[in-house]
Design a binder for this molecule. Structure first.
Ligand code: PLP
Length: 364
């Protein structure tokens, strides 16, 4: 039987597998009250101001949203001292990553991707018929020298996740500026900063300062992580007006829904809540560092709200045992780190619960 054939480039793509939903896991295992520490969500939730803002908007669901996110744009520019004309909003950073590929990657163009990293860069490159050049990390960190050594005249986009998911490591401003200075300006450099707010260290680069000097960079940030709005899907890019013009050509006209816009705006109004989340995360980090030291487990110091730990056993089995005890974490196998777990840092009592379960699984 003849069948409808899809575009050739889709043949090389495996469907992206996000972390299972809570409902799916609970049904599968027949247990309720599962704690999800697998997707780097903010278990503190979102600011109470968000709920109020959504309540107020709920009667206006019949109206199309503002395709330019005007109010949110103003507030965001104001909060982070950005130029409002250098912002583009998206249905989560996932969408923006797709838009970048749609606007810039043609067949046979190359994406350079340090691995392991966020999986979506590869999918969107392949979808456009581009080729992926994977570059290893060095000591769990993105090494910009390795990246540079893989540049050739087919290189189109370089995808840099900083801090890197899943390893939680960063490169600093000197490394980044030396790199940007030395590479051709017709290559687009994507700086995915999904964990920007958690990276409080002085070594973490403030990349928005670089926009004036480099017109070939785009910074990606999101409301899904520290602002706790993952369900609503709001991400944004900070880049040159020229790049925004091109991205707008492939963006859906009203890609950020109305509730998402008011929620994101409200979350920005509560910087105190953000501060509490970051402080909670910093305490959680220290807690895990101490526990892992005590247990003699190697871990990677993190600039994010998750931590990688080497439990020296098969991570799929261990993650399954942890799940049976009511907590979902990410096995390192998919990142080619088969004996590691990626654990989202939660509230103090959640971190304690995870450590109890981990000890129960590993020490018995
Ligand atoms: C979580 C995450 C995203 C996804 O963000 P959304 O805005 O929810 O689409 C993007 N990049 C990285 C590195 C992430 O970890």
């Amino acid at each position: 039987m003849p069948e409808v054939s899809c575009r050739k480039s889709l043949k090389n793509i495996q469907s992206y597998a996000p972390a299972k939903t809570l409902e799916a896991i609970q049904e599968e295992l027949g247990i309720s009250n599962i704690l999800r520490l697998a997707a780097n969500e903010n278990t503190m939730g979102s600011s109470p101001l968000v709920e109020i803002a959504i309540q107020k908007t709920i009667r206006n669901l019949y109206l199309y949203p503002d395709g330019m996110c005007t109010e949110l744009r103003k507030k965001l520019a104001d909060t982070y001292k950005l130029n409002s004309e250098q912002l583009i909003f998206s249905n989560g950073s996932f969408e923006l990553i797709s838009l970048i590929a749609q606007a810039y990657i043609s067949e046979q163009d190359e994406s350079i991707i340090p691995v392991p990293t966020f999986g979506w860069y590869k999918v969107v490159t392949l979808a456009m018929g581009g080729n992926v050049v994977e570059v290893p990390l060095k000591n769990h960190s993105i090494n910009l020298e390795y990246v540079k050594n893989n540049i050739n005249n087919k290189t189109k986009v370089i995808w840099l996740c900083n801090p890197n998911n899943p390893t939680g490591t960063i490169f600093d401003k000197t490394q980044l500026t030396n790199f940007l200075k030395s590479i051709p300006k017709n290559i687009l450099v994507v700086l995915d900063e999904a964990y920007y707010e958690y990276a409080t260290s002085e070594n973490y680069p403030e990349t928005s300062d670089l926009l004036e000097l480099y017109s070939n960079i785009i910074i990606l940030r999101t409301f899904s992580k520290v602002y706790g709005l993952a369900a609503l899907r709001v991400g944004y890019g900070i880049t040159s007006k020229k790049i925004i013009t091109e991205l707008n050509k492939v963006r859906l006209p009203m890609n950020v829904n109305g509730l998402a816009q008011v929620a994101a705006l409200a979350s920005l109004e509560d910087q105190n809540f953000r501060k509490l989340c970051v402080e909670n995360n910093n305490r959680g980090k220290e807690y895990y560092y101490n526990v892992f030291k005590e247990m003699n487990f190697e871990y990677i110091p993190t600039y994010t709200n998750f931590i990688m730990v080497n439990i020296k056993e098969d991570s799929i089995q261990v993650a399954n045992e942890i799940l049976k005890r009511g907590i979902s974490v990410r096995a390192g196998v998919e990142f080619n780190m088969p004996t590691w777990l990626r654990i989202t840092i939660g509230r103090a009592e959640e971190n304690i619960r995870l450590v109890e379960v981990l000890k129960d699984v590993l020490l018995n």
